[in-house]
Design a binder for this molecule. Structure first.
Ligand code: NDP
Ligand code: 2IT
Length: 444
């Protein structure tokens, strides 16, 4: 049996109840086959893949807090410190009722390769809780965040592990967590990224994931002789990533016509009104029905459905496995020629294969959405030097990083004879640096 198959079997046995983690490992290890085969005996002896798929440390803890009625609530907190070969653990905190060990492990595993692709010195980690911020008062969110940080602070630090936002964790949550960290430790340090601008945050971090997604998409299109101008774009999600992806798509001359949340979706034939979407989601924290109420020409539909809208480019920016094989078939039948993942693992394995087989340009999340964490690393740099850079400076660095990521994965795919397979290219390019650092540091 090949070494990759041996490890895939082992990982399946050890993590049988974690389907999302198995899915992420399956995709990465399968696309690393040509790289592993070149050094199969050496890697087997070093147990390189066993080490890569086993988190360095997993922390799971109780988070008790008191709701507005005086009732005590209990959530579970997680931080998975997956791999620190190339830098301190870095990755977001997801607050969503679906959070469990398998979800955080898949996100942490993806983060290793994503962070490596940025070219910056950051290792892979992820955390979060099954707490649902939706429908909670500010006081309840603060109570949760303070209790969460009262345990988490023991394991993080500006040079050890630097969490940030993800689904359900935005500026408000980061602010409450930062305040509690500072209060407990007395340290005013860059322990979290995505901070507010008045207390150490970086300009352009809010926009970074969505903007970066478009910078990489634009580069991928150019490299394939296509132009983003005038193209119809279908976007899912209506959160941090989706909003700024829509904004940058418009700035580049494309026309985004959809967005969605967990209850419904909008088709706006005139193009999404970003100012209105921000007002509904960032200020009012309301449903998309409010967007429809203010835009008579727009359609609101309950449930899932953005992938049924005819488009040139699709950008899944909500959550994992939101684009399945049926959606992929619909996109191809409607003439979609590019898919770039703003979310983490939004496309199922089957759908990814179908899109690639049908010559759709496909940019995987660990490359396409790396602009968020890359700009977090820029925030860490600014915090370390106790300076802050202008929006233009950060944005220019972000753009440069995204263009380089595309070039590196394109190059890796070519080197291994799988030209145009950007999934393999991203996994290979991300893997090379991490393995180099792991081997140099011995058996740790
Ligand atoms: P937000 O919480 O800001 O927004 C998430 C959006 O997706 C909301 O519109 C939400 O709808 C929708 N959504 C979430 N879960 C589901 C679900 N189970 N079914 C349907 N819709 C859902 O999160 P972000 O925009 O920050 O994150 C979106 C994706 O991008 C995630 O996969 C995240 O891991 C990834 N990502 C985020 C980065 C960042 O910097 N923020 C960086 C790189 C990747 P509703 O509000 O109704 O729940
Ligand atoms: O998935 C991701 O890359 C993020 N949620 C951002 C992580 C970060 O540390 O900025």
């Amino acid at each position: 049996m090949s070494y990759v198959d041996e490890v895939l079997e082992l990982v399946k046995k050890k993590n049988a109840s974690e389907p999302e983690f198995l899915q992420a490992v399956d995709e990465v290890l399968n696309s690393l086959r040509p790289v592993i085969e070149k050094n199969e005996e050496k890697y087997r002896k070093e147990a390189l893949l066993e080490r890569l798929t086993e988190p360095e440390r997993q922390i799971k803890f109780r988070v008790p807090w008191v709701d507005d009625k005086g009732q005590v609530q209990v959530n579970t907190g997680y931080r998975i410190q997956f791999n620190s070969a190339i830098g301190p653990y870095k990755g977001g905190l997801r607050l969503h009722p679906s959070v469990n060990t398998g979800i955080i492990k898949f996100l942490g595993f993806e983060q290793i390769f994503k962070n490596s692709l940025t070219g910056l010195p950051i290792g892979g980690g992820k955390g979060g809780s099954d707490f649902d911020p939706k429908g909670k008062s500010d006081r309840e969110v603060m109570a949760f965040c303070q209790s969460f940080m009262t345990e988490l602070y023991k394991y993080i630090g500006a040079d050890t592990d630097v969490p940030a936002g993800d689904i359900g964790t935005g500026a408000r949550e980061i602010g409450y967590m930062y305040g509690q960290y500072k209060r407990i430790t007395g340290l005013y340090e860059g322990v979290l990224t995505g901070k507010g601008l008045s207390y150490g945050g970086s300009l352009a971090r809010t926009e970074a994931t969505g903007y970066g997604l478009l910078y990489l998409t634009d580069e991928m299109l150019k490299s394939n002789g296509k132009d983003i101008k005038g193209k119809t774009v279908v976007v899912s999600g209506a959160g941090n990533v989706a909003i700024y992806a829509i904004q940058k798509a418009q700035q580049l001359g494309a026309k985004p016509v959809t967005c969605s949340d967990s209850t419904g979706w909008i088709y706006d034939p005139d193009g999404i009104d970003v100012a209105l979407l921000k007002e509904v989601k960032e200020v009012k924290r309301a449903r998309l029905t409010e967007y429809k109420a203010a835009r008579p020409n727009a359609e609101y539909h309950e449930g899932k459905g953005v992938w049924t809208v005819k488009c040139d480019i699709a950008l899944p920016c909500a959550t994992q496995n939101e684009l399945d094989i049926e959606d992929a078939k619909t996109l191809v039948a409607n003439g979609c020629f590019a898919v770039a993942e703003g979310a983490n693992m939004p496309t199922t394995l089957e759908a990814t294969k179908y899109l690639q087989q049908n010559k759709v340009l496909f940019a995987p999340g660990k490359a396409a959405n790396a602009g968020g964490v890359a700009t977090s690393a820029l925030e860490m740099s600014q915090n370390s030097e106790r300076l802050s850079w202008t929006f233009e400076e950060v944005d220019a660095k972000l753009k440069n990083i995204m263009v380089n990521i595309f070039r590196n994965l394109d190059d890796a795919a070519k080197r291994y004879g799988v030209e145009g397979d950007y999934v393999a290219g991203a996994n290979i390019a991300g893997f090379e640096k991490v393995v180099n650092a792991m081997e140099a540091q011995g058996i740790v």
